[in-house]
Design a protein. Structure first.
Length: 472
């Protein structure tokens, strides 16, 4: 059964390999120009996100109060965890209000940076708190200046962590599709957009496959070239270990989060009659809730198979493939059946989301669960009994939370649905069309309906959680 998960996550590559065409099918000069732009925007986005994120990390690590740290951590996480459509829409509204253009290279890099600065800050603060606790105490005793401590102790101590964070942001921005799809223009085409254009607009399937495979090879080379750090060691062990006490850089994620929230309602006019479509709303909710349910079942299946050293190493080393690459693979696989193509959207979301969700939530939770599972195995419990009596009840709330996150993201997704579903078939796709046409008043009203749907999703999962807590 472990091989099933491995094959599922590798299936996009296996599908595309069977469609591999000859090299003379692509325009080399076009590909080189697009590759250079993609690399340029990814490097700039990663550099700005990491540079400002490190400053946020210094300030976040200086907070000694655990409750205050959690609130600041939440402010940092919000731009990263909300659906991308809200971030793009909000800052497009703000750019129009202040009369500047948020498009092309500037727009793509700006949105990438706004999303990732807080995440980098949280990750780096945990690196500082985990790795520099003892060195901070020794430095204070010896009277080392902050400048010497920074250059002689902290940088050498955390340089591999910073390299990993930078490379992760680079890979995310390099394979970003949803942001360039709206923000990018004719001269701002990324590889993801080029694959999309070849597949959807030009109907050049073989060219799309070849470009996707070349992109995949490049990403594998980048991942192999970087020494990955062990994320299990980035949990904060102390909130009193920072050598720095300046908290001013926390204004960066706070301003980003506040601007994100306010920007959503700049053009709101309470006139929903022109955009209200009950069938569209119900279909969007159905897709989002079914995607969450599929993720819940998959996570429980993973917990049934864990602990497994092979599966754990595979999930840790596996990185999410590009959205277009996965979408392209399943579109090609089910191009003869529209119903199967729609069903494939749930597999696509699992393949894209599970690597991040495993590293962010499941891995650390499994560490706490592993001793109990090992004890049950020693006492003679088989795999099914361990799952029924231990893994399922103890992991239920976590899997429900992961399903909730999936439903929230899918409700606001217009990237995967652009590849698989019809035009304007969901609320997010409708919002994308309005934004690309610069009909911001209509887009604002659809965004408001989207937010109400997100609230419905929250209430549904809250009810499921309450039922679970009562049973246990």
């Amino acid at each position: 059964m472990i091989i099933f998960i491995v094959l599922l996550l590798l299936s996009p590559y296996l599908i595309l390999v069977t469609k591999f065409p000859s090299l003379n099918l692509i325009n080399i000069s076009e590909f080189i120009a697009v590759f250079q732009f993609t690399t340029k925007q990814a490097l700039l986005s990663a550099f700005i996100s990491t540079s400002l994120g490190l400053l946020v990390g210094f300030s976040l690590a200086s907070i000694e109060n655990k409750k205050a740290y959690k609130w600041c951590e939440l402010a940092c996480y919000i731009p990263c965890f909300v659906p991308v459509i809200f971030v793009v829409f909000s800052f497009l509204n703000i750019s129009q209000l202040f009369g500047f253009s948020l498009s092309g290279l500037f727009g793509i890099v700006s949105i990438h940076s706004l999303i990732n600065i807080g995440l980098v800050g949280v990750l780096y603060s945990k690196v500082i708190l985990n790795k520099s606790s003892l060195s901070n105490q020794l430095s204070l005793v010896q009277g080392i200046s902050k400048l010497d401590y920074f250059f002689k102790i902290l940088i050498p101590l955390t340089k591999k962590d910073v390299l990993f964070i930078f490379s992760s942001i680079f890979l995310f921005c390099f394979t970003s599709f949803s942001i360039p799809l709206i923000i990018g223009g004719i001269k701002s085409t990324t590889l993801e957009l080029l694959i999309y254009e070849k597949l959807i607009i030009s109907n050049s399937v073989e060219q799309a496959v070849l470009i996707a495979l070349i992109q995949f090879v490049f990403l594998v080379i980048v991942m192999l070239a970087v020494n990955r750090i062990d994320l299990k060691n980035t949990n904060a062990v102390s909130l009193k270990s920072s050598y720095y006490k300046f908290k001013g850089f926390l204004l960066i994620p706070i301003v980003i989060t506040v601007s994100l929230v306010l920007g959503l309602f700049i053009n709101f006019n309470f006139n929903l009659s022109g955009v209200f479509d009950l069938n569209l709303i119900l279909y969007s909710l159905f897709i989002a809730l079914m995607a969450g349910y599929a993720m819940f079942i998959f996570c429980q299946f993973v917990f049934f198979l864990l602990p497994s050293k092979f599966l754990e190493k595979f999930l840790l080393s596996y990185s999410s493939p590009s959205t277009v690459l996965v979408g392209l693979a399943f579109v090609l696989l089910f191009k003869e059946s529209s119903s199967l193509k729609v069903l494939s959207i749930f597999l696509i979301y699992i393949i894209i989301f599970i690597p991040f969700l495993y590293k962010m939530f499941i891995q650390s939770y499994l560490e706490n669960l592993a001793p109990t599972l090992k004890l049950a195995k020693v006492m003679g419990a088989n795999a099914f009994l361990k799952f029924k009596m231990i893994s399922f009840p103890l992991s239920y709330n976590l899997c429900l939370f992961i399903a909730f996150l999936t439903s929230v993201w899918v409700m606001g997704d217009y990237a995967v649905s652009s590849l698989v579903l019809g035009a304007d078939s969901t609320l997010a796709l409708s919002t994308k069309s309005y934004m690309r046409s610069y009909k911001m008043n209509e887009a604002t009203n659809v965004i408001f309906i989207l937010l109400l749907c997100e609230l419905v999703i929250f209430l549904i999962y809250k009810g499921l959680l309450n039922v679970s807590n009562k049973k246990h």
